[in-house]
Design a protein around this ligand. Structure first.
Ligand SMILES: Nc1ncnc2c1ncn2[C@@H]1O[C@H](COP(=O)(O)OP(=O)(O)OP(=O)(O)O)[C@@H](O)[C@H]1O
Ligand SMILES: [Mg+2]
Length: 268
């Protein structure tokens, strides 16, 4: 199938000089990553390169390690061994540079975790002011641009409890974008939402993808996976069992695990 809309690698090619060696590096690189929780080997030999602008859908049964994979990429979880680099820069173990690198990776979870006693716009302004030391006026201007982008600028002065779940999740996306991340990780961003609110959040994610954001998305929304995904990773028991284009994966999964998994979710 021709898929010219999805070609993610058109921006970097004619890059001017080499401001950093990073320009040609994959946006996410994981090499031989291992992670245990006690005796449980939750990530096994993860080797993954995600080019800039690619949208990767992560699928797999419960407990297969999808959330752990996301959490290791921005070091919410330490790994036992292996290497992870973002835009060519290895993730350090600790300290200040880790905070800066973590800011390059935005993350959106199932639960929105907004600050209840701050307004919507304040929620979006907070991290840029604290972590990036952006002045208040500039932070507010940028926050309002982002709230416009996710379609809720008119809710800026309300508090989280006054918004619907779908609106709160769009605030959470705006909040992550406020740090100007290079990568966005989404861990089941719509699974806590009422069905009628799922689409509005997916629409924001589709538009981010179209704008060229590199994204790794754990989701069971198959329509979104087929429409916005460039690639599917299927995980089982901490391993990447299949790595394929969405159409190929959905129409002709290779492994029994994936066939079984698809049988279950598609018959839902
Ligand atoms: N902090 C932790 N301590 C111990 N074990 C953990 C911890 N976090 C996750 N695990 C275990 O690691 C395995 C992988 O968990 P993970 O949350 O990454 O799976 P998942 O694929 O995201 O599952 P789900 O689809 O249910 O969200 C599971 O067996 C889980 O019980
Ligand atoms: Mg999970």
């Amino acid at each position: 199938m021709t898929d010219d809309a999805a070609a993610p690698d058109t921006t970097g090619d004619a890059s001017t000089g080499d401001a950093s060696a990073a320009t040609s590096a994959p946006m996410i690189s994981m090499r031989n990553v291992q992670k245990h929780f006690g005796d449980l080997h939750v990530l096994r030999d993860i080797d993954l390169e995600v080019p800039k602008g690619q949208v990767v859908i992560v699928l797999g049964p419960s407990g297969s390690g999808k959330s752990t994979l996301c959490r290791t990429i921005n070091r919410l979880e330490p790994i036992d061994s292996g290497d992870i680099a973002i835009d060519g820069v290895p993730l350090p173990a600790e300290g200040r540079s880790l905070a800066a690198l973590r800011a390059d990776v935005g993350m959106v979870f199932q639960s929105f975790n907004l600050f209840a006693h701050k307004t919507i716009v304040e929620n979006v302004m907070l991290a840029p002011m604290k972590v990036r030391k952006i002045k208040k006026d500039a932070a507010r201007t940028h926050a309002m641009e982002l709230l416009t982008r996710v379609g809720i600028a008119n809710q800026a002065d309300k508090y989280p409890a006054q918004l619907s779940g779908g609106q709160q999740q769009r605030v959470a996306i705006a909040r992550a974008l406020a740090m100007n991340p290079k990568v966005m990780l989404f861990d089941e961003p719509t699974s806590a939402l009422d069905p009628e609110m799922v689409q509005e959040v997916l629409d924001v994610m589709v538009s981010l993808a179209k704008d060229g954001m590199t994204m790794l998305v754990v989701t069971h929304e198959m329509g979104f996976a087929r429409r916005a995904g460039n690639r599917v990773l299927f995980m089982a028991d901490g391993q990447v069992v299949e790595d394929a284009e969405p159409e190929a994966f959905f129409t002709a999964p290779k492994s029994d695990r994936a066939k079984d998994f698809l049988g279950k979710i598609l018959s839902h």
